[in-house]
Design a protein around this ligand. Structure first.
Ligand code: PBG
Length: 325
């Protein structure tokens, strides 16, 4: 035998030396839910370990995140009032806008990404304004653009449209440029699938009012080529970063996109992925740390350059200790 694959596995130092996938804390993004009100630290029941904070308490979590070495935050808002046209999304004093102002002031070392969507702010829970029982694409675009500009004016360093309307990247790019924000990057949720894995997010973001599904705008999970179509459209419209969502059931999509484009690819390991790992670990069926280490590494191995994950603090610690990466 000339080749013995085990030679490179027999010593931990060699195994670490020859790892093909490297992880960095710099690539982690942590999502936080901010609710309108005071003194709020509400446990999100379907996402054990995650809480909804108000602006006056979110500093505790931003502090913990920062201490863990995670540098990037994605904000989601849970407003006190919702209406037909989701006006809380683009109000200059909306929950996200105020949260961004406060966070930028108290934790200027962190990088803030605003999720641009209307579903947390609409009374019907859809990601845009309705015409009959479906979302009116073109009427929604200016509102998304307005949302992005108001988030950036409030301090967002980057915006991430997650609504899946056609043409939103261009609409947002033009509005940002017009407002003098031409240096703000857009991370597009380009390949976002209509997924049952978003279930716990509805509780987390206080959008359990939503009934139905998002199949008329989010992608059908049978499709792979269509993901590339969405990606190329968004790149033509000016997207700086492309996102795939969810992550774990879509590793093939991450790889496909990575192999076809040159811009950074992000993956979002969503609420249901987090919940499944937590539930299995709490039932004593799997070892949480080991599963988090393995699944997280697999997303980077598939080709993601960065990862949005509710496990960001734990993953940062694993990278710090040398367990992964
Ligand atoms: C808003 C949005 C959703 C998620 C991120 N942005 C919900 C949805 O599209 O239904 C889901 C995130 C998660 O499940 O962790 N459109």
């Amino acid at each position: 035998m000339l080749t013995r694959a085990r030679r490179l596995r027999l010593d931990e130092r060699v195994r670490n030396m020859t790892r093909e996938t490297r992880l960095s804390k710099d690539s982690l993004i942590y999502p936080i839910f901010v609710e309108e009100g005071k003194d709020i630290r509400t446990d999100i029941v379907t996402m054990p370990g995650q809480k909804r904070y108000s602006i006056d308490t979110m500093g505790e979590e931003l502090e913990a995140v920062s201490k863990a070495g995670v540098k990037n935050i994605m904000f989601f808002g849970a407003p006190a009032h919702k209406d037909e046209c989701g006006s809380g999304a683009y109000h200059d004093h909306g929950i996200i806008q105020e949260a961004l102002r406060a966070a930028k002031k108290d934790f200027p070392q962190l990088y803030y990404i605003g999720d641009v969507c209307m579903c947390e702010y609409t009374s019907h829970g859809h990601c845009g304004i309705l015409k009959g029982d479906t979302v009116d694409n073109d009427k929604t675009l200016p509102l998304l653009a307005k949302t992005a500009v108001s988030q950036v004016k409030a301090g967002a360093d980057m915006v991430a449209p997650s609504d899946m309307m056609d043409g939103r990247v261009l609409a947002i790019r033009e509005a940002l440029d017009e407002a003098g924000c031409e240096d703000i990057p857009i991370m597009s949720y380009a390949a976002k699938y209509a997924s049952a894995f978003y279930g716990p997010f509805r509780e987390a973001a206080g959008s359990d009012n939503f009934k139905g599904n998002r199949k008329t705008y989010q992608m059908d999970y049978h499709n792979r080529r269509e993901a590339l179509k969405e990606v190329f459209l968004d790149l033509e419209e000016g997207a700086d970063i492309i996102m795939v969502k969810p992550a774990l059931s879509y590793l093939d999509i991450i790889r496909e996109i990575r192999d076809h484009i040159d811009v950074p690819v992000a993956a979002y390991s969503v609420s249901g992925e987090y919940a499944m790992i937590k539930a299995a670990a709490m039932a004593g069926m799997v070892e949480e740390d080991a599963i988090v280490a393995e699944t997280t590494t697999s997303i980077f191995r598939a080709g993601a350059d960065m990862l949005i994950t509710y496990f960001a603090k734990e993953v940062a610690q694993m990278i710090q200790s040398g367990r992964i990466g």
